[in-house]
Design a protein around this ligand. Structure first.
Ligand code: PLP
Length: 420
């Protein structure tokens, strides 16, 4: 039985290369994070060998006594963390969780109403060539063209006009909090079910630093790998009355065997998310995003035609508006990448540039907060980004790279992980 470096040196080199990349750069993709070693251990464990179709105590395979314990722990921790009546921890990803939610709540041909993709919504909330756009009749609300905020009066108008069966709250790129109570009252007024997709901000909710959608919603879905910082995967919370429908929509409706190694890793992540350390990390995440928004709103940045959408942030990300900058989203992403900072370009609402190029950047702080960054480090990161966005093609990349390396050296990542 060979080690991977002996059995498959090509893939071992990828693992080593990726470890070095994560260690030596500043990870600022808003949907990414660094999992604790305990999560890597659970995910890289023998549980990957086990088939366990069904649910704890009701499996279609023998030998599930150990994995039943793991899944029951994950369910109990998810319910307790978010105050939910029911939890399903089997979805392989955020997208499959969302497919199961719609499968459970409505029938093909029914109507959904969510945030416009180009304004920060997600593919699974009704994009044309996604299952959600193909199976359901899609309506969308956008953000206000002046404030870039979701205006609940507009959501209500759209809901009254379109009479959706499901209203979706939640986003992939939006720097503010949504008013879940207002969503609830609109859903009640038009007889719709309310589904909130908290994939991005679930970690903030778990830490008590963001309103919790669970008390207001019929169903809440999430990923585990963004602000929560767990394994790449999804889960669904719901009121008890939807428990059976959700469970059967996930299995057998959507998936076959659950990934028990990932479910065990989710349990670990939920345990971590209930700690004071986690709360401190989420607070540093928020503070870091605010510091970056402040720096990128300063006069020297504004002079370069760069600004921050909505003028700030209440969450773990900042949306940079490059509509009036010489740099487009692609160029800004590439420039920061050359300096050792990883972000993603992102369309801003009403973006004049095509989706492959865009006029925006999405900058997130969760991974760096996990790495240990606090106010001083985020202030330095913000200044490095500002410097690049101000100077564009004439940026002194060597000087910025040196500043990035100083930060990565001061906050070692996975330093006790062995090379493969
Ligand atoms: N929901 C939202 C709001 C997201 O931002 C994402 C991820 O980008 C997903 C769902 C999908 O998650 P996954 O990539 O795990 O399928």
């Amino acid at each position: 039985d060979q080690n991977i470096s002996q059995l498959d040196p090509e893939i071992a080199a990828v693992l080593d290369g990726e470890l070095a990349r994560q260690q030596g750069t500043l990870e600022m993709i808003a949907s990414e994070n660094f999992v604790p070693r305990a999560v890597l251990q659970a995910q890289g464990s023998v549980l990957t060998n086990k088939y366990a179709e069904g649910y704890p105590g009701r499996r279609y395979y023998g030998g599930c006594e150990q994995v039943d314990i793991a899944e029951n722990i994950a369910i109990a921790r998810a319910k307790s963390l978010f105050g939910a009546e029911h939890a399903n921890v089997q979805p392989h990803s955020g997208a499959t969780a969302n497919a199961a939610v719609l499968h459970a709540l409505i029938n093909a041909g029914d109507k959904i109403l969510g945030l416009e993709l180009a304004h920060g919504g997600h593919l699974t909330h009704g994009m044309k060539i996604n299952f959600s756009g193909k199976l359901y009749e899609v309506g969308a609300y956008g953000v206000d063209p002046q404030t870039f905020l979701v205006d609940m009066d507009v959501v209500r108008e759209k809901a009254l006009e379109q009479r959706p069966d499901v209203i979706i709250g939640g986003w992939s790129a939006y720097p503010r909090q949504l008013d879940f109570a207002a969503f609830r009252s609109i859903a009640d007024e038009v007889g719709a079910k309310l589904w909130v997709d908290m994939a991005h901000f679930a970690g903030l909710v778990a830490a008590g630093l963001h309103p919790n959608p669970v008390p207001h919603s019929d169903v809440v879905s999430s990923t585990v790998h963004k602000t929560i910082g767990g394994p790449r995967s999804g889960f669904i919370l719901s009121r008890e009355e939807y428990a059976k429908k959700i469970d059967s929509a996930v299995f057998p409706g959507q998936q076959g065997g659950p990934l028990m190694h990932v479910i065990a890793a989710k349990a670990v992540a939920f345990k971590v998310a209930a700690t004071e350390d986690f709360k401190d990390r989420q607070q540093r995440t928020l503070d870091g995003a605010r510091l970056i928004a402040e720096r990128l709103s300063a006069p020297d940045v504004a002079k370069a035609g760069v600004s921050v959408l909505t003028g700030g942030t209440d969450v773990h990300l900042v949306l940079v508006d490059l509509r009036h900058s010489d740099l487009d989203g692609q160029q800004a992403e590439d420039l920061l990448h050359s300096a050792g900072i990883t972000v993603n370009r992102n369309a801003v609402p009403f973006d004049p540039r095509p989706p492959r190029v865009t006029s925006g950047l999405r900058i997130g702080t969760p991974a760096l907060a996990t790495r240990g960054f606090g106010d001083a480090e985020f202030t330095e990161v913000a200044d490095i980004i500002a410097n690049a966005l101000i100077n564009g093609a004439s940026t002194d990349l060597e000087a910025l790279k040196a500043r990035v390396l100083k930060l990565t050296d001061a906050f070692p990542l996975y330093s006790d992980l062995q090379q493969y």
